[in-house]
Design a protein around this ligand. Structure first.
Ligand SMILES: Nc1ncnc2c1ncn2[C@@H]1O[C@H](COP(=O)(O)OP(=O)(O)OP(=O)(O)O)[C@@H](O)[C@H]1O
Ligand SMILES: [Mg+2]
Length: 256
């Protein structure tokens, strides 16, 4: 029998997270498969954002947040002493629920990260701008207005710009926290299509409240409940033959 093997690019092991005295994650073990889309689903407050924010140590920025357990990225513990957090955030980029372009031109939004990481050559920056916008399926719509404000773009365009901005520093993993929650169905469809395209070269982890979206675009799904990873598996299995009764009730919309 042929064995299926998919490489884990990231992996959480026994992950506990506290905000002050309140524990938000309890012993979460989850593999993130390379060049796949993993969807994280579950009711509000169950810890989805907390989990993905450990993947690039964004929680470090939250006062009173404490983490135990390990998160491995390419075989190295991201919380190890001396780990390079800036490099981690470059390799593990993030896109948020509300598009948050910087209040500057489209071009400067994309150049910002590469400049922080030491790219100064103008021609090189120009290449990065075009390539990032092409990968984010936005180039054709903005190529004639690169030097106008990013805030003049539609919500869906702004979100693709944020994806382009994440891509500009050559990441390996893109974390998306409800990336389509503020978008209309057409803009949402574009982001979904884009995520599917991106997994050829990147690994995507997407938090979503939209069950259909998780079922449509993801290869793996994690269902979280009260700070625990209740179920994890191939998306088809999680939706069609979940192991846990709770998962079954959640994915079929009979919850609470
Ligand atoms: N900065 C913070 N300070 C204190 N508590 C927090 C903070 N961020 C999250 N929490 C708490 O941690 C728990 C998990 O929150 P988290 O934001 O990870 O949930 P979520 O699954 O992303 O929810 P939602 O679907 O509403 O975005 C919640 O009880 C929340 O109130
Ligand atoms: Mg959240």
């Amino acid at each position: 029998m042929e064995m299926e093997f998919e490489e884990n690019i990231m992996e959480a092991d026994g992950l506990d997270v506290w905000y002050g005295k309140k524990q938000a994650l309890f012993g979460v073990d989850i593999p993130i498969k390379k060049n796949r889309i993993t969807a994280l689903i579950g009711p509000s407050g169950c810890g989805k954002s907390t989990l993905i924010r450990t993947f690039n140590r964004m929680n470090d920025l939250v006062d009173g947040c404490r983490t135990e357990g390990t998160v491995m990225f390419n075989g190295k513990d991201v919380f190890a002493k001396g780990a390079d957090v800036l490099e981690l955030r470059k390799k593990v980029g993030m896109v948020f629920q509300r598009p948050n372009p910087f209040p500057m031109t489209i071009r400067h939004n994309i150049e910002y990260g590469p400049k922080v990481h030491g790219v100064t050559d103008k021609a090189k920056l120009g290449e990065i701008v075009e390539e990032s916008l092409r990968k984010a399926a936005l180039w054709d719509e903005v190529k004639d207005r690169l030097d106008t404000s990013a805030l003049g773009l539609s919500g869906g365009q702004q979100q693709r710009l944020c994806i382009a901005r994440a891509l500009s520093v050559d990441p390996e993993v893109i974390l998306m926290d409800e990336p389509t929650a503020s978008l209309d169905p057409l803009a949402t469809a574009k982001i979904e299509e884009l995520a599917t395209e991106l997994k050829k070269s990147y690994t995507v982890v997407a938090v979503t409240h939209n069950m259909q979206q998780a079922a449509r675009i993801s290869d793996y799904t994690g269902f979280m409940y009260l700070g625990r990873l209740e179920e994890f598996g191939k998306t088809e299995d999680v939706f069609k033959s979940p192991k846990s009764e709770l998962t079954e009730r959640y994915v079929s919309g009979r919850f609470g």
